[in-house]
Write a protein that binds this ligand. Sequence first.
Ligand SMILES: [Mg+2]
Length: 421
Amino acid sequence: MFALVDCNNFYVSCERLFQPKLYGKPVVVLSNNDGCVIARSDEAKALGIVMGTPAYMSEGLFKQHKVKVFSSNYTLYGDLSDRVMKILASFVPKMELYSIDEAFLDLSEMLYHDLLDLGIKIRKAIMQNLGIPVTVGIAPTKTLAKMANRYAKKRFKDVGVFYAISKELINEMLQATDVEDIWGIGKQYAILLKRNGFRTAKDVTKIPAEWMRNKMSVVGLRLWNELNGVPSIEWEYKPKDKKNICKSRSFGFSTSDISILREAVSNYAAICALKLRNQNSTCRYVNVFIHTNPHKPELKQYQGSITLQCEKETNLTQDIIGYALKGLDIIYKPGGYIYMKAGVMVLDLVTENAVQLNLFDQRDRSKEKQLTATVDKVNTEMGQDTVRMAVQRFERRYRLRAEKLSKKYTTDIKQILKVKI
Ligand SMILES: [Mg+2]
C-alpha cells in the first residue's frame, strides 16, 4: 500500500499559521513579482477566484470581499515544507518527495495493520507539531493513492483520510473520478478517452489492455495497470541530481544600467554555485543571458547569451561569478537597450569526486574549498548571504516586486514572532 500526503492550500496555510486571524477568511498568495494567483484558501475558491488569474484583474474582487493578499514567501514555505517532510519521515522508512507540499509514502514494508489509523495519526502529528492541515490518500498504487487523496478532500474533508482498502471502496472512488482528473493523464489523452465514450476512471479500467497500448502507448498501459491496482510507476526515493542548474528572473523594473545587471548576475551565479555544492556537483560550462522585454515591441529588442568553458570543473562561488561576469561583459549592449531579465546557467555537471586533478594547477584548490565550506557553514547558521562576494552588493536593486510579503518567521531570528504575556 502507498500513501499520498498533501498539504491543504499549502502556501495559504503557511501564511495563516502566523496570522491566525485569517482562519475562515479569504486569502490568496501571488506568484513572483506579484503576478498571478497561485494559492487560494477555500473561502477564496468559493468567491470564484480562479487559479492563475493575473492579480491586477482581480483587484476589485479582492477589495469587495476583503481578500487578504500575500506575495509569495518561498523562504517560509520551503522551511515549513522541510519540517512537514521530517515528520513524515519519522513514520515511514521510505518516501518520495513529490513536490513542495506533497510526498508519497511507501507502506509496503510496514507491519501496521490499520493503515486508516496510521493516516489519522500522521495527520494529527503534522497538525499538532506544525499546525498545517494535510490530507492523506492510501491505496495500492501511486495513481490510486493520488486519487484517494483527491477523493478524501471531496468526500471526507473532516476526516482528511481516505483508505481504499477494498475492491468496493476502490470502485466507488474510480466511479467518482472523471478521466481528466486522473493523475498524469494529460489533456489530449483525456479528450481521446472521452471521445471513445470513457468518462470515468472506472470506465478506463474496463478498456482492453491492447487498446490502451495502441492508442496511448506505454504511458497509457502503465496508467491502466496502476488504475487496476498493479504498481507500475517507479519510485524516486532520493531526488535525482539536476542535470543543469539555472537561476533567472525578471527584474522588478527594466533597466539599462550595467551595474544593476552585474549585481543580479553575480547573485544568480552565487545561487547556482551553492546549489552545485549542495548536490556535490561541479560544472564544466557557465552560461549567462540577458534580454529586453519582448512584450514591448515599441522598444529596441535584444537577446544576448554566451556559454564559457571553465578552465577546470568548479563549484566555487568566486569562479562561477567570475565566468558569469566575463560573459555579461561580452554580451551586454549599451545604447538604449532596456533589459528586463538576466539569468545564469551551469551546464555539463560532474560529480565532485570524479573531477580529474591537474598536475600543473597553480591554485591551492583544497584551501579554496575549505574557505568555501566555512562560508557555507556561516551562512547556514546565520542566514543566507551573511558572508558574500563584494560584487553581489547588498541592495538587491534588481529585486522583484513583492509588496505584500510576510516575514521570515522561521528562518530569521530578527523576524521571529514576539509574544506579549
Ligand atoms: Mg497541496
